[in-house]
Design a protein around this ligand. Structure first.
Ligand code: IMP
Length: 179
């Protein structure tokens, strides 16, 4: 385990198993509705989860990326800023947003609103983690990997000041690292 990690919350194996399960569920539900989603991954945190999940979605999906920022250190800051926009047109498209974590919910709410304004047919959300205790806006992911307590976590895409994204598990960062 990395020396700055207090404890592991979700192991690499649990993540792999969950991605498989979510991939199957997504495949079945979209097949039943005869929809094929465009996966929109929010950079950079959702990249490891996207690559794990996409392998298990048996549909002819397309993938695109957006980069929005809402976070500085461990504190959420109001409105989001678009650093990188989509390449694909989303008019009439069913979008499945891929997130690393839903925390206050502000990012998802803003991005969903934006995609709908651009003419998306529907916007659904799959998130590896959900921290419901921190929610300040009314939004819920359609597919959630793990519901976690109100602790600052890193690894499997999640960072603290751009570090720890490469850890293969989700861990709780030692308090002395960010206090
Ligand atoms: P929200 O807009 O508050 O829901 O924030 C979502 C974004 O905040 C996520 O995509 C993460 O990048 C970041 N974030 C929220 N909680 C954590 C955490 O515990 N560790 C690392 N990043 C986090």
């Amino acid at each position: 385990m990395h020396k700055n990690i207090d404890h592991v919350l979700v192991s690499a194996e649990q993540i792999t198993d969950k991605a498989k399960e979510l991939g199957r569920q997504i495949t079945e539900e979209y097949k039943e509705r005869k929809e094929v989603p465009l996966l929109v991954a929010l950079l950079k945190g959702s990249v490891p989860f996207l690559s794990e999940l996409a392998k298990h979605i048996e549909l002819d999906i397309q993938i695109d990326f957006m980069d929005v920022s809402s976070y500085e250190g461990t504190e959420s800051i109001g409105d989001i800023k678009i650093n990188l926009d989509l390449h694909c047109s989303v008019k009439g498209v069913s979008i499945l947003l891929v997130e690393d974590i839903v925390d206050t919910g502000r990012t998802l709410k803003e991005v969903t609103r934006l995609l709908k304004n651009k003419g998306a047919k529907e916007v659904k959300v799959v998130s590896l983690l959900d921290k419901p205790d921190r929610r300040v806006v009314d939004i819920k992911a359609d597919y959630v990997g793990f519901t976690i307590p109100n602790e600052f976590v890193v690894g499997f895409g999640l960072d603290y000041n751009q570090k720890y994204r490469n850890l293969p598990y989700i861990g709780v960062l030692k308090k002395e690292i960010y206090e």
